[in-house]
Design a protein around this ligand. Structure first.
Ligand code: HEC
Length: 113
């Protein structure tokens, strides 16, 4: 009984933390990306972690691939999810998704070696 109550508290705490941290009132796209996307796509978008470990997300910094993708399709994937990627429409507006794509992801791919 005690344990179940504790878990419920933990879950509510996590959910509240995620919601408040994701609030787009912080107009910091890079922070948004680091918070919501980097654990799968890497800080540089190349789907690699700090020690080069392969993360579960797609390599978004793959310039050749990215150049062939339409903004509208990628925005739809961010909002609705795709394959193993979860949907983000519960915390990102279409405008947020577009800003992440054009303000963080496409510039990251341009910087990639
Ligand atoms: C739990 C891991 C995970 C998280 C978190 C995650 N992604 Fe993904 N993402 C993936 C995977 C896996 C794919 C490959 C999906 C496929 O093609 O089947 C992907 C694919 C994509 C694509 C390509 C979609 C397409 O149409 O091919 C974009 C763009 C993208 N992610 C952006 C983001 C953004 C922006 C965030 C943060 C808001 C994010 N991802 C968070 C795992 C993740």
């Amino acid at each position: 009984m005690r344990i179940r109550v504790a878990w419920r508290g933990w879950f509510i705490g996590m959910a509240a933390g995620m919601l408040s941290a994701a609030a787009p009132s912080v107009h910091d796209l890079n922070a948004q990306y680091r918070f919501s996307c980097a654990q799968c796509h890497g800080l540089d978008g190349n789907a690699k972690g700090p020690s080069g470990v392969r993360l579960p997300g797609r390599d978004l910094a793959d310039r050749k691939w990215l150049a062939k993708q339409k903004d509208a399709d990628l925005i739809a994937s961010i909002l609705n999810g795709k394959g193993a990627m979860p949907a983000f429409n519960y915390k990102l507006t279409p405008e947020d998704a577009k800003r992440l794509l054009t303000g963080v992801i496409r510039p990251m791919a341009r910087r990639a070696p």
